[in-house]
Design a protein. Structure first.
Length: 470
């Protein structure tokens, strides 16, 4: 709702935009508008303008019915047809499934039965949230179910990470600046670290999270998406299919760990009790709603490699976790050290390998570390940073990820959305890890809440230093 409001504020919504909410809760249109108003006023990135907000709310309707009840779809069809008749046009329609994953197939099949999946003279699109399956087999089954009703060009599998400005800027940084592409290969890059660290616990999401865990919740989608964009080859054009073709090639070039390799290349753990934001917080097993003795991981770290000409031999390290010391999502590309270190003066911090840091959140931007001489009569050196931050460089607030993605859906631009083969290729990488864990249920190592994670994470590192500090 805040994303839709901000699109309306900027004049980016279609002039005759309408919204129909569908959920099990029984409430009137006015009640629904009240809920929407409250959400927008609380979470919008800008203070709502009453004129814009009131105009948007007037165009909202509501249907209260279970998702497996035909009455819901009869109501959608009736209201949508009324809106067409009032406007004298055939509206394009976007069905956004912001529901529990168990309803994805149910809703898609019901839309097909009512013939709401296609319209002559208008576009119909389906937006599906994550998680898209629980493993490779379930993802394949869900793809088959959706594709039995909708065409692939109609399906938009949404991942909010891809709507973030820094993620999109990776493509511009790489392919719009001649200084990076000559270095973007195994000859100059030592290793890559991709981190998604959260300082919060699971909150009220225990029912979902305890059946998911960090590998399914973050790595399979968010981090692998970041990896593909970072390491893909230049596309022939920046059309949706050309970009996604190159991303799929990266996923196919990643050799999944065998069952025997999982203990050497993957580490998992759970947060224990500790201190976060100056307060004592419980461990994962003490959180309300978590099953006793649960072996769901709240932290995962793994080492991958891309077996192609550009990246062969370059370790790729991924890590994600909850209740860590700070909230940050970043990509760190570390270049190989210079071959001769001649600066050893006393008081010198020494020559460090150059690093390119792409900050995805919370402070979107890019920094490049260089080595420079410390002012004075002796040759002392230390690392310094060249930084670019969105907030200071453009003097404007970046739009929220969902603003870009919702707008792209309405435009029909699928560049920042996952394709069916892309989703299945990503599951193919993590599936052996899930199977290995099923045969080795635990108990899991513990790390204190508010820490940098378990010390066991260091065992998957090769001769490439250590994890970047959190």
């Amino acid at each position: 709702m805040p994303a839709i409001y901000n699109l309306a504020h900027e004049g980016a919504l279609p002039e005759r935009f309408n919204l129909i909410g569908v959920a099990r809760t029984q409430q009137s249109d006015d009640d629904y508008r009240g809920v929407a108003r409250e959400a927008i006023e609380k979470y919008s990135r800008r203070r709502p303008d009453e004129t814009v907000l009131s105009s948007l709310l007037e165009r909202m309707r509501y249907i209260g019915a279970p998702f497996d009840d035909q009455a819901a779809y009869e109501g959608i069809e009736q209201i949508a047809n009324e809106l067409d008749e009032e406007a004298g046009i055939r509206f394009n329609r976007v069905f956004y499934l912001a529901t529990a994953p168990g309803f994805f197939e149910t809703i898609a099949q019901a839309l097909g039965e009512r013939k709401l999946d296609k319209r002559e003279g208008a576009e119909v699109r389906l937006v599906v949230g994550k998680p898209f399956g629980r493993d490779l087999e379930s993802a394949q089954a869900l793809n088959r179910a959706l594709l039995s009703v909708f065409e692939e060009r109609q399906i938009f599998r949404i991942d909010h990470y891809l709507g973030k400005e820094t993620v999109q800027n990776i493509l511009v940084l790489r392919f719009g600046n001649g200084i990076f592409e000559p270095l973007w290969n195994r000859s100059y890059i030592d290793h890559v670290q991709i981190t998604a660290s959260e300082d919060i616990g699971i909150g009220s999401r225990a029912e979902y999270y305890d059946r998911s865990g960090a590998l399914r919740d973050i790595v399979q989608n968010h981090l692998l998406q970041l990896l593909t964009i970072l390491s893909m080859e230049p596309p022939v054009s920046f059309s949706a299919d050309e970009v996604r073709n190159e991303k799929v090639k990266v996923l196919h070039a990643i050799k999944p760990p065998t069952l025997e390799e999982v203990p050497e290349r993957v580490v998992r753990a759970q947060y224990g009790s500790g201190v976060a934001e100056g307060k004592e917080v419980p461990g994962y097993l003490e959180e309300q709603g978590v099953a006793p003795g649960s072996t769901t991981e709240t932290y995962v770290a793994l080492r991958l490699g891309i077996d192609n000409w550009r990246w062969a031999g370059v370790p790729i390290y991924l890590r994600a976790g909850k209740r860590l010391s700070r909230r940050v999502t970043e990509i760190a590309v570390t270049l190989k050290p210079v071959p001769h270190l001649a600066f050893h003066e006393s008081g010198s911090l020494g020559v460090q390998p150059n690093q390119l840091i792409l900050n995805v959140q919370p402070n979107e931007g890019v920094s490049l570390s260089l080595v420079a001489k410390i002012p004075g009569p002796t040759m002392r050196v230390r690392p310094v940073n060249m930084e670019f931050a969105y907030g200071t460089s453009f003097m404007s607030q970046s739009p929220e990820a969902y603003e870009r993605l919702i707008l792209d859906t309405m435009r029909g631009d699928a560049t920042l959305f996952a394709r069916d083969d892309e989703v299945e290729a990503a599951w193919g990488i993590v599936d052996p890890i899930l199977k290995a864990w099923e045969g080795d249920p635990g108990p899991l190592p513990q790390y204190p809440a508010g820490s940098a994670g378990p010390p066991e994470a260091g065992k998957i590192q090769l001769d490439n230093g250590e994890w970047r500090p959190l």
